[in-house]
Design a protein around this ligand. Sequence first.
Ligand code: DC
Length: 260
Amino acid sequence: MFHIGYAEREQARPKVKTKTKNETKMRKITIAIDGHSSCGKSTMAKDLAREIGYVYVDSGAMYRAVTLYALQHDIIQDGAIDEERLKDSMGDIVISFLFNPEKGRPDTYLNGQYVEDKIRTMEVSSMVSPIATLPFVREAMVEQQKRMGAEKGIIMDGRDIGTTVFPDAELKIFVTASAEVRAQRRYDELTAKGETCDYNEILKNVQERDYIDSHREVSPLRKADDAITLDNSNLTIEEQKQWLLREYERVADCRKPEQP
Ligand code: DC
């Protein structure tokens, strides 16, 4: 059976100072953040998690780790996925997260190896959407994600968090931005890491992933009916961070009546 070494869920939690008077008045909730690729979901989610001491889980990193495993074991060859072999290998894939205090977010590990950088390369990006369409992969991921969130106090981002993983989340956000803005952000991110890349290739990859993510049969990307949409095309990171913090306080503040 596929499993994720996340019994140590606490390893992914930022260590926060003693609770302030205000924090003690906050009820523990579940926050689901969905949206298109490279729209800044992870940045805003991890910043909020650090600020309020919640566990942050980047569910996309889990699909990326499975993709990396498949590439490393020649389960993907020339763009073709050997689905039977991947299915049989699922029990050998152990994904875990460990909070990195320097970066202020958890890093991803695959079978005990640090893979945070390897799962963000173009090679993985170009194969992750087809891997994420496979029902047996999704089933295994969703089961683990639900377990991680059983105690609340979690922020998870992805594509199907508000619709499938945590349909009862108290706060659901659907983030969007134009494909061009997202491609530019991804380009800046990769070049800052020293990776050589081409803007047009990235834009094409972003558009292809949008299409596959929104049109797949199992859990396609769509806004949950009760999610709030945030278009951050023209917002700075700081502005969206403040916006999310206000939304969290609006929903979690015990002094305010519970939302219907
Ligand atoms: O968020 P990301 O770009 O790192 O996600 C990588 C891929 O994984 C993306 O193509 C969609 C897929 N994904 C998914 O299908 N469901 C999720 N909950 C998260 C990611």
